[in-house]
Design a protein around this ligand. Structure first.
Ligand code: ATP
Length: 360
């Protein structure tokens, strides 16, 4: 078991134009399940590879249990990495895939066999031990890849989109299995994904990155309730938070155009300009007769069984913007209807229109 720290660590690829990871400072507690989340190309994989010793760090440090890993070759860092591609040996049985690293390290055959059988049983692979990887389903191959990391009992697990190759249903069961395995073993884990639902379901905490820069690291709940900037607000939550441009004036934000609507807001920090973005989640708004709230026209209703999402168009300046409101399926407005959308004043987020930073 171990702590992990990145201290102002940066990495630029020789042929890269900007830093793939820019001044990353992040601490992972002993036994924690930390998810690195962000859009494609934001630097998640690079951060893992820096820790694994697979990429050069130009500035800063990475530490495991307080020890700077600079100069320690990847094979001696005692970290186990699981990739999306699984990287199983195709000509070896499941049992040999699982035990290979221990064999290589010179462990006695009886110890290897004992450990392999224990891990196989934890991952429901006991009756697959003699099979070759190509005769297994995607989900089983994925479990072998995880099992191979578990057999080693490393200080830290590094997982890079390990569920990426699975279909939606298998992903859900596999993510529960990984979370359970991690809790049981208590091994500190860094887990990379671009899927925010997966991140919210699995992580003790989530570190959100964008363009190489860490944006926020927090519990799933706190990220959802208190995003620190416009990027995090728009990235966490599905459908995303509605963000409507407005102007701030003496405790009120004016949003929408046709029938300008005033929302009471509290601004805790000085604004760089009066322009703001007002955010509210689809579940934090209700419908009212036109003339109340934001004046909108319903353009689409997505019906998902019990609930529905109504897409409502508002005028903003010369353009239009869509806000999404969640409602019960049988209370959904019809397409083309003109309705007022009233955000819950207790659930309003305010971001600086210039910097995107949360101000209230
Ligand atoms: P994804 O979710 O698509 O895997 P990611 O968040 O893991 O993305 P990285 O793979 O860490 O992102 O890439 C970060 C940045 O570094 C991207 O801009 C990418 O194009 C660039 N990059 C990655 N690998 C290399 C490389 N070998 N050479 C040059 N640039 C690279």
């Amino acid at each position: 078991m171990a702590t992990v720290e990145f201290l102002q660590a940066s990495c630029t690829y020789p042929e890269g134009r900007r830093k793939a990871v820019d001044n990353l400072t992040l601490s992972v507690a002993d036994g924690e399940f930390l998810v690195l989340l962000g859009p494609s190309g934001c630097g998640k994989t690079t951060a893992l590879r820096m820790l694994a010793g697979l990429e050069d760090i130009q500035t800063g440090q990475v530490l495991v249990d307080g020890q700077d890993l600079e100069g320690t070759p990847p094979g001696e860092r005692d970290l186990a990495m699981v990739f999306q591609s699984y990287a199983l040996f195709p000509h070896m049985s499941v049992a040999r895939n699982l035990g290979f690293r221990m064999e290589l390290a010179g462990a006695p055959a009886s110890a290897v066999s004992r450990r392999v059988r224990r891990v196989a049983s934890e991952l429901n692979l006991s009756d697959r031990l003699d099979r070759l990887p190509k005769t297994l389903s995607g989900g089983e191959q994925q479990r072998v890849a995880i099992g191979r990391a578990m057999v080693r009992e490393p200080r830290v697990f590094l997982m890079d989109e390990p569920l990426g190759a699975l279909d939606a249903k298998l992903r859900t069961t596999a993510r529960a299995k990984i979370a359970e395995m991690q809790r049981k073993s208590g091994i500190t884990t860094l887990y990379v994904t671009h899927d925010q639902v997966e991140a919210m379901a699995m992580g003790d905490r989530i570190a959100i990155m964008n363009r190489g820069v860490l944006q926020q690291v927090d519990t799933p709940r706190r990220l959802y309730d208190h995003p620190v900037n416009e990027f995090v607000a728009g990235f966490v939550g599905s459908p995303a938070m509605n963000l409507v441009p407005g102007m701030y004036k003496h405790g009120w934000a004016l949003i929408g155009e046709a029938g300008v609507y005033e929302v009471p807001v509290e601004v805790a920090y000085p604004l760089t300009s009066p322009s703001v973005l007002v955010g509210f989640r689809p579940e934090h708004a209700t419908f009212a007769a036109p003339g109340n709230g934001l004046y909108t026209t319903v353009s689409l209703v997505e019906r998902l069984g019990h609930t529905a999402y109504a897409h409502c168009e508002i005028s903003v300046g010369r353009g239009r913007r869509t806000v999404i409101v969640r409602c019960e399926e049988n209370a959904a407005p019809r397409v083309g209807a003109q309705v007022g959308v009233v955000p819950d004043p207790r659930e309003i987020h305010v971001f600086d229109g210039e910097t995107g930073l949360r101000v209230g």
